[in-house]
Design a protein around this ligand. Structure first.
Ligand code: C5P
Length: 221
């Protein structure tokens, strides 16, 4: 049976979270950015001194045990906690995205976060974004969207985001970072980044946010 939910997947900086948040607002649904869970695990590992290329080691178990999430009733996303400390505002850093994309290939991480994500999604009335929502986490979602956009366009969007949050980077660095993360996410063995067979592919390269939101909400209704 179908779940009243929208699953939005796609590569780095394809606009998933921005669109998912707006779609959730329009539908009056909850919004869950699942990347923030992987980022929280990355932060826990980083704090444990695991470095930028953490190994699949015992510190991982400790980091996973520390993670918990709470659904915010407003469509502003999930609140993420490490041992009770809210870390939501700390998760957007580039460094954590890089670490997250490495640890997300570890089976123990995906397994632990699977249960967490299922428990958030089971009741429906939710918009979830990530890499494997339509394929693994919520294959019963009534609508599945797979976002794509030219890498150059994504890099420019990401650069704008970074500048807005006071972080500095060059277009070159951001682009190569995006391409590396895409490659890692697509080629990992478990839950690789691929569209579900019944996902609708939406190319947002030449669309505004509101055009893309309208498109998704129209398809859902
Ligand atoms: O979307 P975001 O950039 O926050 O995700 C960070 C990393 O977490 C991604 O590069 C990806 O490796 C991983 N991720 C994942 N599955 C998800 C969401 C994120 O593997 N559902």
């Amino acid at each position: 049976t179908l779940v009243e939910a929208v699953a939005i997947d796609g590569p780095a900086s394809s606009g998933k979270s921005t669109l998912a948040r707006e779609v959730a607002k329009r539908l009056g649904y909850a919004f869950v950015d699942t990347g923030s869970l992987y980022r929280a695990v990355a932060l826990a590992l980083d704090r444990a001194g695991a470095g930028e290329s953490p190994e699949d080691d015992p510190r991982l178990v400790v980091a996973l045990a520390a993670c918990s999430v709470a659904l915010d009733p407003t469509p502003s996303g999930v609140r993420v906690f490490l041992s009770g400390e809210e870390v939501t505002p700390l998760l957007r850093e580039e460094r954590l995205g890089r670490i997250a994309s490495r640890v997300s290939a570890f089976p123990a991480v995906r397994q632990a976060l699977f249960g967490l994500q299922r428990s958030l999604a089971a009741a429906g009335r939710i918009v979830m974004d990530g890499r494997d929502i339509g394929t693994v986490i919520l294959p019963e979602a009534r609508l599945k969207i797979f976002l794509v956009a030219d890498p150059e366009v994504r890099a420019k969007r990401r650069l704008l985001d970074l500048e807005r949050s006071g972080q500095k980077a060059s277009l070159e660095t951001v682009l190569s970072d995006i391409l590396q993360r895409d490659e890692r996410d697509r080629s990992r063995k478990i839950a690789p980044l691929v569209p579900a067979p019944d996902a609708l592919v939406l190319d947002t390269s030449h669309m505004t946010i509101s055009e893309a939101v309208d498109w998704i909400v129209d398809r859902y209704r």
